[in-house]
Design a protein around this ligand. Sequence first.
Ligand code: ATP
Ligand code: MG
Length: 403
Amino acid sequence: MATGTNTKVLVVTADPAFAAAVRGTFGASRAIDLAVVEGAVAAQADALDVSDTTVVVVDLDASAPEEMAALARLTGRTGARPPVIAITQAFDANVARVLLQMRVADFLVKPVQPLDLVRACAQASKAPSGGIETTEAKIYTFLPAVGGAGVTTLAVQAAMLLLNARGPRAKTSTCLVDLDFQHGAVADYLDIEPRLNIAEIEPRPDRLDRQLLEIMLSYHDSGLAVVAAPNRPAEMRSFDPDVVTRLLDLVSSHFEYVVFDMPRTWFSWTDSVLLGSNRLFIVSEATVPGLRHAKQLVAAIKERLGEGPKAEVVINRFQQSMFSSGLALKDIEQTIGEAFCSAIPNDYQLVREAIDRGVPLDDVKPGNKITAQLKKLVLEQSAKAADGKPLPLLKKLKLAGAR
Ligand SMILES: Nc1ncnc2c1ncn2[C@@H]1O[C@H](COP(=O)(O)OP(=O)(O)OP(=O)(O)O)[C@@H](O)[C@H]1O
Ligand SMILES: [Mg+2]
């Protein structure tokens, strides 16, 4: 334990026995300054001063929505520092998932052994190794060069791959955001209820906090979080860019991976999404106009983003058959140049079935070629491409925005 500056542990609990146990555990240590706030987190969370705290321990009743909401507000306010450890009454997988998404550093189930609590506090206070990663999300953006190229399909499948990047049992926290507010298809493709209501946030963007975000998220059976709005085909309106950037900022600070499905129209918030991306995929098709549009878009993005992320061209529904009317791989490579990144095979039946069933392609046909190619794209190449890229604009917006 560090000498000099003391470790400051702040405990919120409505349980006198837990308060006494904590005092017994930490009270005697000279290296730890303990503060106990007695009362339910629902009543205490918003007034807590955590500015000088190393670790916050919140003992709550996870079955009470107002308690969970208060905790969400707290973690939304604090971000990764100071880390928050949750103490719950009983283990419940759903609660665990929600806690994970709130980015608590750790959680323990009562009865809590003193040593476990000390260990959890030490782990959580250790920068940045212990607990859940404190880094911003890695952002993968899919942008269409032409209509119907398969942006939504690839965004959905990429999100599924990222969700399972650590294996089937250890899901990452991944959020897929449908930014095609007018003709969004993500919710349909995944067969879930879209819950984003931008009109409700618009008058008061500052109200958009972790709690409100939670209400506007939908969850696919796989565990994938989705932000999608109900379609309003007849409504041609653009939203306040502040609302959109605030939403993106919030999502990117609460998930490990974020995938954006972009519309074809360039909105006032488009630049900031692209700038904030770690990988930027332009999806097109193997036709002459498809390649031309992709090339133009690469150039336009380069001009607008300067030193920002480089666009990578993905040619979807690629068919390498002698008899196909499409272009050969070498023609594509030649036309697109170094921005060319990947060709995703054509398999209409497979994609159709996955969409109809709202499942990943691998569930329909394990080991299929589309998934194999996408894996190379988002998992293997990402290690080098996505690392170390700053998120200039989102970062700036985040610093400017009230938490
Ligand atoms: N690799 C593929 N092989 C075969 N068919 C595909 C493939 N990818 C997508 N499709 C099909 O192409 C069609 C368009 O796909 P999708 O909706 O993903 O495109 P989009 O670019 O999002 O379209 P929009 O411009 O309408 O948003 C769908 O019918 C989908 O099944
Ligand atoms: Mg689409």
